[in-house]
Design a protein around this ligand. Structure first.
Ligand code: SF4
Length: 199
């Protein structure tokens, strides 16, 4: 099954038109501010369901604060559906054990992306009648390696038999829009990636 490339807003519009109706997108979503940037650019073109699976966000109070901020953003975009699957920090901690001392951007982050996108791909596989593609808001961040994220997403999509939408959501002022709209909405804006290991 082939994966599609989501590199431009124009491309998204063409994609939507080609299908005659808005494609259904399961969007792994890491937090409210990143959702602001991504949804500003793609909400008109897809029927979106946000998927909040981020057991890497520690401690629990922080995970909850980011979820609360995300709900405000989803309401702002007209009440986008939200899925919050069961998750526990141990799922993340056991995956990255032994890599705690690495800086952000190292091998631990690759495993972290894989864990989160893997859960999204699995959910898609189990509900394949409800979605056409999956993608992730993670590529909106200038601190994240978008090519690596897309490589992982495409591989997991192939493994689960579902279609991954490659993206670089920084484009079309995605990151700028994330900052601007999150300030406008007055939502919580975190100042660290997620885990409590050294950056
Ligand atoms: S720095 Fe961010 S991406 Fe990397 S392991 Fe921690 S939470 Fe995951």
């Amino acid at each position: 099954m082939s994966n599609l490339d989501l590199q431009s807003v124009d491309g998204q519009a063409e994609l939507a038109k080609a299908g005659g109706k808005r494609p259904r997108l399961l969007l792994h979503t890491c937090c409210g501010p990143c959702a602001c940037g991504v949804l500003s650019n793609i909400a008109p073109y897809f029927d979106i369901t946000a998927f909040y699976y981020n057991p890497n966000i520690l401690p629990y109070e922080e995970w909850q604060k980011r979820l609360d901020a995300l709900k405000i953003v989803l309401d702002h975009f007209g009440g986008i559906d939200l899925v919050v699957p069961e998750q526990s920090e141990e799922e993340f901690l056991s995956r990255v054990r032994g890599l705690e001392a690495l800086p952000e951007g190292g091998a631990r982050c690759g495993l972290c992306f894989e864990l989160r996108l893997g859960a999204c791909a699995k959910y898609f596989e189990d509900h394949r009648q409800d979605f056409d593609f999956f993608a992730t808001t993670l590529t909106v961040s200038p601190h994240k390696n978008a090519p690596l994220i897309n490589e992982i997403g495409a591989r997991l999509g192939a493994e689960h038999g579902v279609r991954y939408l490659s993206s670089d959501f920084k484009k079309h002022d995605g990151f700028l829009k994330s900052t601007r709209l999150s300030k406008q909405l007055g939502i919580y804006r975190q100042n660290y990636c997620g885990c409590l290991f050294p950056e």
